[in-house]
Write a new protein. Structure first.
Length: 403
């Protein structure tokens, strides 16, 4: 009989050998530094988890896991598996469909191995980096993740909706999404999320994009408090129009404290180099109702530091609740609830009488439509309903993108 299974100890040893090989190739350390390399390798692999068809990384002792939104979107099974083969259930705390970030929490009381997030001051182009992931699902058979090495090509750039991104050439492929990008000290630089190619084929091209640890840190509090829902990005103030000139980016039409003729120098403490870059910087922060964005501008030769109120960036798509309502003699009743819809998950059912929607009294179907008109994906629809037994209940429905 051929033995094909490996013990956790043997699997762990194989993983550490791979990690040390990657570290040794990334930076030629003297012999006395090998113990430090081994410790860094152990921290990297210990904090890595397999998630759905992608990857993730543990960033706190109580089991917070960062991954990509596109890795967990639509998945029913959000369990994570460590490199030693142990598996744990998780709960989705919050997700960011625009910036492609999701935060899970492992459902177990033990203390988990985790890694720290790198600060902006420690991220620089040209530094050695290591990516950990599950390319093409190769690690599914034996829970062995793959390590690759490379160089950080750029630091903190804007690439469409990846508004605080890193670019590196460490090989990444489908299955690496959501997985960590480390420096050689096992600090988390970001999570890998995109591959850029001219061919359109989803294979390593040497141009990989990761969501920077600075953005992960900024969004973490809102994701933790999202109750399984969405968080939003900030956006440029409504009505602001920009124009590119030879010496920089200028305001063509003002908004808030910005006036026509202002030259934008920095937004959110990052330099402005183009119109696209400026729009991305406005959209790089987590949105809250009272958010302002720090803008450095020049006006008539004077340098100004402005606090610019930000708009909320919409999550693209049509908001879906899954309810079909019908006008009856006694009011507005639920006629149908779509399977696997937000309304179904909120436990609202056919026959329920709708009394209010977000504080608006409901007498007609038109009232219901008016309550929905300004709501977007990621907003909550709060319904006051009356059950068949006469009891009343408040039900919150998260408006989602339809799968």
């Amino acid at each position: 009989m051929i033995m094909v299974a490996r013990s956790r100890a043997a699997r762990s040893l194989a993983i550490h050998v791979l990690a040390l090989a990657a570290l040794g190739a990334a930076e030629a350390a003297p012999n006395e530094a090998h113990s430090g390399d081994r410790a860094a390798a152990e921290r990297m692999l210990a904090a890595y988890v397999f998630v759905a068809n992608g990857s993730g990384v543990v960033v706190s002792a109580d089991g917070l896991v960062f991954t990509n939104h596109h890795v967990i979107d639509g998945e029913d099974d959000l369990s994570v598996r460590f490199a030693d083969g142990t598996t744990y259930p998780t709960v989705l705390l919050g997700t960011d469909p625009v910036g492609d970030i999701a935060l899970l929490r492992i459902q177990d009381q033990r203390s988990f191995p985790h890694v720290p997030l790198a600060g902006a001051e420690s991220i620089r182009a040209g530094m050695d980096v290591l990516a950990v992931g599950n390319p093409f699902g190769l690690g599914d058979a034996d829970s062995t993740p793959t390590l690759t090495r490379g160089v950080l090509s750029t630091a903190r750039i804007v690439r469409e909706d990846y508004t605080d991104a890193l670019q590196g050439d460490a090989p990444v492929n489908p299955g690496n999404s959501g997985g960590p990008l480390f420096d050689t000290q096992a600090r988390l630089l970001g999570i890998n999320g995109q591959i850029r190619t001219l061919s359109g084929m989803r294979i390593n091209s040497g141009v990989g994009l990761a969501i920077c640890a600075t953005q992960l840190a900024a969004f973490r509090p809102l994701l933790e408090a999202a109750g399984g829902g969405y968080v939003h990005h900030s956006d440029a103030p409504r009505g602001l129009a920009l124009i590119q000139r030879g010496d920089g980016v200028y305001v063509r039409e003002g908004a808030g404290p910005l006036v026509a003729g202002d030259r934008l120098v920095a937004i959110a403490d990052r330099p402005v180099v183009s119109v696209a870059n400026a729009i991305g910087l406005f959209a790089s922060l987590p949105w809250t109702a009272d958010i302002t964005v720090a803008v450095a501008a020049e006006r008539a030769g004077e340098r100004l530091q402005l606090a610019v109120p930000a708009a909320r960036k919409a999550i693209p798509g049509k908001a879906w609740h899954g309810l079909v309502v019908d006008q009856r003699d006694d009011g507005l009743r639920v006629q149908q609830v779509d399977d696997d819809s937000p309304a179904k998950r909120a436990e609202i059912g056919p026959g329920d009488l709708l009394l209010e929607a977000n504080g608006r009294s409901l007498a007609r179907k038109l009232d219901f439509l008016k309550a929905l008109v300004k709501l977007e994906v990621g907003d909550w629809l709060e319904l006051k309903v009356k059950r068949s037994d006469g009891s009343e209940k408040l039900i919150r429905i998260l408006l989602k993108l339809r799968q």
